[in-house]
Design a binder for this molecule. Structure first.
Ligand code: PLP
Length: 404
């Protein structure tokens, strides 16, 4: 059986090299470049003694006991992701949301308290309010720009400080190091949703994060054809995270894992192009008279720009645009006629997308801040040529202006 040992050189390799090498071991696989796709439910042991022994080591590398606990194909992606993020161990889940839920449940019990960023991905907010709440776990939402002042919100029963940077829909940057320092003084676990950078532009563990969750559905899969989540953590938190992932049973199928592995090998070049296209569109949009402001961390006008420059090495293709007030009809005329932008709730694939969002509907701390704005769009800059993407938006603004 091919082994996929963690590459001990990882910590010194450049990202592009890690992306193409980590988690692969052609020498143990007949020289074949990519790992095989193992389809498995039953995995047999040669003897009673070994059956028992393997079960005591079921979360160790190279130990496989049952399809739901993963196969060498899963391990390949897990090793590659942990190396990319600078964490110790990772586990694949069936979706990004399953990864979020498993990561949180790893550390919670009735009576605990969660500090959750107000700009969190909507379904994670829902998980806190409508699910954890029923099991006696309370949640306080906090301002993403709170920094070290998070300390005033930490209670004796706070177990998790959950972050997402930049935030969903409005792209506020968080000072992760300052937050993690305060959280650790009170023994809280720091979780980050790192989907926006997907391990390429941000090193969560260098900033004090304990557990990273990524919706691999987005950039790691990268081609809009599979669902996947990955939790990465340090050795210190591994057992709890792995047990939680196992208890929930929301594992991923080997074919989807293979698609994620295949996407992983090109994520570096794709992200550079998403970065370039996204910034070009953002800069062009910033100059349009129809636009009130562009919510892109790479723009010097963005409130979190200095943190982004300090902590990140790039931007993905996802950003927001607040338009000046216009009628619903005008916005529909603009969006409906676009040829290169699909309207869909996901992002991170090769294709461009546009979505009319409503940040006020999923905020409690900053509800008023987003209430009186014109329409807010979320744009995903795909890998098409930026000239064509701009030309399509330009025609969209013409339609918007004639329908006003
Ligand atoms: C920031 C963020 N995290 C997590 C998720 C959830 O990922 P999935 O759709 O794979 O469950 C999404 C999905 O849109 C997301 O935008």
């Amino acid at each position: 059986m091919p082994a996929f040992p963690p590459n001990l050189e990882c910590k010194v390799m450049k990202k592009d090299t890690l992306i193409t090498t980590a988690g692969r071991d052609p020498e143990s696989n007949h020289g074949i470049v990519n790992p095989p796709v193992y389809h498995a439910s039953t995995i047999t042991a040669p003897s009673l003694a070994e059956f028992r022994e393997l079960r005591t080591r079921r979360w160790d590398l190279d130990v496989f006991t049952y399809g739901r606990q993963g196969t060498p194909t899963h391990q390949s992606l897990e090793v590659a992701t942990a190396a990319l993020l600078g964490g110790d161990r990772a586990v694949c889940m069936g979706s990004g949301l399953a990864a979020i839920n498993a990561a949180m449940l790893a550390f919670l019990e009735a009576g605990d308290h969660v500090l959750m960023v107000d700009t969190v991905y909507g379904p994670a907010r829902n998980f806190c309010n409508n699910f954890l709440g029923r099991f006696g776990v309370s949640t306080t939402f906090y301002d993403p720009e709170i920094g070290a002042d998070i300390k005033a919100l930490i209670q004796d029963n706070t177990k998790i400080v959950y972050t997402e940077s930049p935030g969903s829909l409005t792209f506020e940057l968080q000072d992760i190091r300052a937050i993690a320092d305060e959280a650790h003084k009170r023994n809280c676990v720091v979780i980050i949703d790192d989907t926006w950078s997907s391990g390429v532009f941000f090193q969560p563990f260098e900033f004090g994060v304990d557990v990273s969750v990524i919706a691999a559905t987005k950039y790691i899969v990268g081609h809009s054809d599979a669902m996947m989540g990955i939790i990465t953590t340090t050795d210190e938190h591994w057992q709890r995270v792995r047990q939680s992932a196992s208890a929930l049973g929301a594992n991923s199928g080997p074919d989807d894992v293979y698609l994620a592995l295949r996407g992983m090998r090109t994520i570096g070049v794709r992200m550079r192009q998403h970065h370039e296209n996204g910034l070009k569109l953002a800069k062009w949009l910033e100059k349009r008279p129809e636009v009130d402001r562009v919510l892109h961390p790479g723009l010097s006008t963005h409130p979190g720009h200095e943190i982004w420059k300090r902590d990140f090495s790039g931007a993905c293709g996802l950003f927001g645009v607040v338009l000046n007030p216009v009628s619903e009809g005008a916005i529909a005329a603009m969006i409906d006629g676009l040829e290169l932008y699909g309207m869909g709730s996901s992002w991170g694939g090769f294709e461009s997308l546009i979505l009319l969002t409503n940040p006020a509907a999923t905020r409690t701390v900053a509800k008023e801040k987003w209430q009186n704005d014109g329409p807010t769009l979320r744009i995903h800059a795909g890998l098409e040529h930026s000239d064509d993407l701009i030309a399509d938006l330009e025609k969209g603004f013409e339609r918007l202006n004639t329908t006003r």
